[in-house]
Design a protein. Structure first.
Length: 394
């Protein structure tokens, strides 16, 4: 008997042999051992918010929805250990109750902690690394069904595992470096696209977190800045900003936005210095070849890090992402934009749509082979792969 699984946008579906929901680490180990005995592939699902087919399998899908919550905190280092399946909205709330906050967050908080870091999920701000860059430890269930604590393993295992798409094993618990809880002041404003480009460097430099969305039909930019404030807000959900305006609140209530309409997305990480030129080319492409396109383009910044498969590996980064209504085709437009990104040594977001081959990825990631070797040593029979991942990594 097969079950049906679909990702958030509905574009990726799968018929796994079964979906398992372990309720303890021992259960999880047993679920992995069972699959290995049967010789079927094992993929883990977080919240299914990836657009790329990285969860889909005909083997077993393991969901960690029943392994959630804050395990412990270390007040001396501000580190927190969480069950890997904890949804970000729950994680950040429980961290807040413990006096902590994540250093940065992305556009939404519906992902699981492990799902988010496994693909390199990020927010914006040139001084802030992506979520995986804050991971200081994790416990992994390996293909042998053993528990591997990265503190006891070779340091390269943690560097590899931070962004590893579930290919090194199933993460059961994760330790993440946090900040004492803090408040953010948010401001949103609009300008023409031309003005956004003129003031881009100044806006990035003047704010801790800055991004803009470009709306092609109107050729307008909607800007968003977030800066820490010493103000101590009340413990309430601040009213959402629907357009230009300002608000203040605890960080975990300010970072995430609602995403009501389903879409598909492609995003590339580019060397920071190439960001403005690359965006200008995407804008020209849309205005000349896709003049009716209405979905926005998002522009963000991310600090460099050293995780082997991190899209921000070794370089200050700009990310540019394009979107399309989930009910409509995205391929012609996304592929035309990807051709621009390829000219600038772009690296695809692992959780989003792309058409890279193994050769392209090998060229983009200096430690691609080192990662692949480590993957093979931890999972020689490739149980944590799927046909899609085998093509890229085996
Ligand atoms: C509306 C929307 C907004 C988004 N906004 C942003 C954004 O602002 N910034 C950004 O960078 N990305 C963003 N994304 C992309 C998203 O953050 C990533 O695709 C993320 O990986 C999804 O997390 P998830 O929990 O749904 O994981 P899934 O999509 O379910 O899984 C992602 C990967 O993690 C692996 N995995 C999950 N759990 C485990 C585990 N316990 N152990 C080992 N591997 C595991 C899976 O096998 C898979 O390879 C957005 C996506 C959507 C749909």
């Amino acid at each position: 008997m097969t079950e049906t699984w679909a990702n958030w946008s509905g574009a990726v579906t799968a018929e796994p042999r079964r979906i398992e929901r372990p309720t303890s680490e021992e259960d999880l180990q047993e679920a992995v051992r069972r699959a290995v005995r049967e010789g079927i592939d094992v993929r883990v699902v977080g919240s299914g918010h990836s657009f790329a087919p990285i969860v889909a399998t005909r083997g077993v899908i393991i969901s960690l929805d029943d392994l959630q919550g804050l395990v412990s905190t270390d007040p001396a280092s501000n580190e927190a250990t969480l069950w890997a399946g904890t949804k970000l909205y729950r994680a950040t709330h429980e961290l807040w109750e413990a006096g902590l906050g994540l250093e940065n967050q992305g556009d939404i908080d519906m992902q699981s902690v492990a799902g988010a870091f496994s693909t390199g999920t990020h927010g914006t701000g040139p001084a802030f690394g992506n979520i995986p860059s804050k991971i200081t430890g994790m416990r992994l269930v390996t293909a042998a069904g053993d528990l591997l604590d990265t503190r006891d393993a070779h340091p390269d295992v943690l560097r590899a595992a931070r962004v590893s798409l579930g290919m090194l094993g199933v993460v059961s618990q994760v330790t993440i470096a946090c900040l004492p809880r803090y408040a953010l002041h948010e401001r949103r404003w609009q300008t023409t696209a031309a003005e956004a480009m003129e003031r881009l460097a100044a806006n990035v430099a003047a704010n801790e977190h800055y991004e803009f969305f470009w709306y092609p039909l109107a050729d307008m930019a909607e800007h968003k800045s977030l800066n820490t404030t010493p103000e101590v807000p009340v413990d309430e959900e601040p009213p959402p900003l629907e357009g230009p305006g300002e608000r203040t609140g605890w960080s975990h209530r300010i970072y995430p936005s609602a995403r009501e309409q389903k879409f598909n997305e492609m995003e590339y990480s580019l060397p920071a210095e190439a960001g403005p030129e690359c965006f200008a080319l995407v804008r020209d492409l849309m205005r000349t070849q896709f003049p009716k396109w209405s979905w926005p383009v998002e522009y963000r910044t991310v600090a460099a890090d050293d995780a082997m498969l991190s899209p921000a590996y070794g370089r200050a980064t700009v990310t540019i992402s394009v979107h399309q209504d989930a009910r409509r085709p995205h391929e012609p437009y996304f592929q035309a934009v990807e051709a621009i990104f390829n000219r600038y040594a772009g690296r695809p977001h692992w959780g989003k749509v792309h058409w890279q081959t193994r050769d392209g990825l090998r060229a983009a990631y200096p430690e691609f082979e080192a990662f692949s070797e480590l993957r093979r040593s931890l999972d020689p029979s490739g149980r944590f792969l799927s046909p899609y991942l085998r093509d890229l990594f085996d």
